[in-house]
Design a protein around this ligand. Structure first.
Ligand code: DAH
Length: 340
């Protein structure tokens, strides 16, 4: 029998055999018998090619390739049929296996509050800015009208990295950096971490978040500050929220105030969170002291402005009823997951 005939026989028998195969294992065994590289029938035919006269080789070779392609296609078609008959991949699915939990990321509760506050001020025309957490004592204190012999600058209260360099104890130095980089009008909101040598206990953390606000322009008054913060309180805590200003002192503002908002937990009725007063202190604020404008080279006769600083962490603790500030900084996913 010449090789062409052998190839034709192989193709015919292969075609018949493929039709009778009932499962994937049998199909694979058949593939090996027909086309397997070592023992397959096609390989056996091709081995005889070597003994042929050279002019016949290309003819037989081409015929062998055609048969190989035809059988390969038959085998693949049959494999697809068997797969479909068995119900596809689903047939191998064990529906009793426990599922894999798809963990969803969650924004940190303080981030939630910071983002909300940022959105309110953005709608009032403020942009967001940032500054370095390692600062010089000039930016953190001196430029803010706070002499270095002020108790806040003491090494007992502030983390010094080296002489004159410290972890910022508030976000106020970014007021200075913003005014150095831009000319008025300025309306900027500055969230970030600040650091103080406080204990790490239920109500203190050595690092926590602040949000600084600064507005500088011609003709800005305390009335603008009051109106802006009153609107801020309504947007963040609801239309019934009110603010009140109590006289206070900060070196970088004059006059200065502590700002309270009606308790957003009890609706100002009086509860344990507001100690029965109906008010919660949420920030310090005031009119930018002329000495601060002088430190950045602004003309204090021309420009006025106001600033505030608040702690979004405290608002998050109150709002979500978190009993211990350490929960905010321990990165325990069982705690954080609740905010997903
Ligand atoms: N820097 C102050 C603090 O850390 C908060 C503050 C008070 C910021 C009054 C201000 C301000 O900008 O005007 O306690």
């Amino acid at each position: 029998m010449d090789l062409i005939q052998e190839l034709e026989t192989l193709e015919r028998e292969g075609r018949e055999a493929v039709g009778t195969v009932r499962d994937a294992d049998a199909l694979e065994a058949l593939r090996v018998r027909l086309l397997g590289r070592k023992e397959g029938r096609l390989t056996a035919i091709l081995r005889q090619l070597a003994q042929l006269p050279p002019e016949q080789k290309p003819v037989i070779g081409a015929a062998a390739n055609r048969v190989k392609d035809a059988l390969t296609e038959l085998l693949e078609t049959r494999a697809a049929e068997l797969e479909a008959e068995s119900g596809g991949a689903a047939a191998g699915l064990d529906l009793t296996l426990p599922g894999r939990t798809a963990w969803r990321g969650a924004r940190h509760p303080v981030t939630l509050v910071v983002d909300e506050i940022t959105a309110v001020f953005r709608s009032l025309g403020f942009t967001r800015a940032r500054g370095p957490e390692a600062e010089t004592d000039w930016y953190n204190f001196v430029s803010l009208n706070t002499p270095l012999d002020h108790p806040a600058a003491d090494a007992a209260d502030t983390f010094y990295l080296s002489p004159g360099v410290l972890l910022r104890s508030h976000t106020s130095p970014v007021q200075i950096r913003t005014m150095q980089a831009f000319q008025p009008p300025i309306r900027v909101l500055i969230p970030g971490m600040v650091y103080r040598r406080d204990p790490f206990d239920a109500s203190h953390a050595p690092g926590f978040e602040q949000i600084e606000g600064l507005a500088v322009d011609e003709g800005i008054t305390f009335a603008d500050l009051k109106a802006t913060l009153a609107e801020f309180a309504r947007r963040l805590f609801g239309p019934a929220a009110k603010v009140r200003f109590r006289p206070s002192f900060f070196p970088f503002t004059e006059p200065s105030a502590e700002v309270d908002v009606t308790c957003f937990l009890c609706g100002a009725k009086g509860c344990s969170a507001c100690k029965g007063t109906g008010w919660m202190e949420i920030m310090g604020a005031g009119m930018v002291d002329p000495a601060v404008f002088e430190a950045v080279g602004y003309d204090p006769e021309r420009w006025t402005g106001w600033a505030f600083g608040m702690g979004p962490g405290r608002i998050a603790l109150l709002r979500y009823g978190i009993p211990d500030i350490r929960l905010l900084y321990e990165s325990d996913t069982r705690f954080l997951q609740q905010f997903a």
